[in-house]
Design a binder for this molecule. Sequence first.
Ligand code: PLP
Length: 390
Amino acid sequence: MEIYLDHAATTNTDKRVLEAMLPYFDEHFGNPSSQHGYGRAAQKAILCAKEQAAKIIGAKTGEIYLTSGGTESDNWAIKGIAEAAGKGHIITTQVEHHAVLDCCVYLEKKRGFRVTYLPVNEQGLINTAELEAAILPDTILITIMFANNETGVIMPVQEIGKIARRHDILFHTDAVQAVGRVPINVAELDIDLLSISAHKLYGPKGIGALYIRDGITPERFMHGGSQEKGLRAGTYNTPGAAGLGAALQIAAESIEKDAVHHKALAKRLEDGLLKIPDSRINGANAERLAGYVNISFKGIDALALMVRLDLEGIAVSTGSACTSGAAKPSYVLRAMGRNENEARSAIRFTIGRSNTQQQIDKVIALATEYVEELRYTIPFAQKNGEKHYT
Ligand code: PLP
């Protein structure tokens, strides 16, 4: 039995999504920018994607811009606002995805912007008083993620939005993990820019969207044609757009049902795994996305556990997918105050629509067996200068 528990890394493309995409490869292959019938037929996919994206976050269709995914949306939002301003100060956090962090580092090191990287507490949350205290007269942007990709911890977005509004500073949020999992309304939350990625919500890879509130104009991201009001040139990925639209529509329709399913399975998984001695949920007391279970098993090397589970056809991850190939312990968990060994002993399970109770029970049984084995057969802690786990 294959068990996929890495839905934060990516999801399968829903069959209904795939079906919605297929006509745009052959029947409606036209260029959406063309004036003829072929173009108009293809334009439908673009419009549909924008309508669905607007609907799921409470925006207007004209405020949605199509991109190649979450990374591009983050890059455009952050660099685009910075470049439009020319200079200034940016506030972000230490636990952002690299798509955000690396933009900030680039602007800081190469473009002369100043950046504050806010710390987080043990639960992975920023302190909003610290955020407000970090604001300077020339702060141009606050970019803070909606929910963390490693722990699922949901940031205090409403308060962040209020602070940003009060100080007349733009607020961008990377909502790549959150869209489709929790209800979002950009107007109520005072969000000015928001990043979406299709492949995290049962859509195809390589397509996403950026919400840009009316009246805000970031610097153009791609030079060329006049697509996306001239701000993001390039022939549209029409099949991708059709997929994004369908995925968002399905997500909007099933968000409540999905949440109930994810919550029930995550609780079962947590309860089962916490029976393993010296195990600890990361972000335990914070509000988290349903279905995200990040757990440290004291004294083990999470990579070894991941490989053992992989050999049984069970897919999980250590840290975030993008860095799991590297030997570095998770910077997110380190920022949450975990020491190096604790961070290295963390496994992320992320539940999706197709997971079942039976799968969860199998994972609990195998993880329990392997953690026990690893603790006594691989002296990981010893290698890292700690006493062997006893
Ligand atoms: N932001 C977050 C929080 C993510 O989890 C990811 C993907 O892992 C991204 C951005 C990048 O999105 P994409 O893979 O669509 O480029």
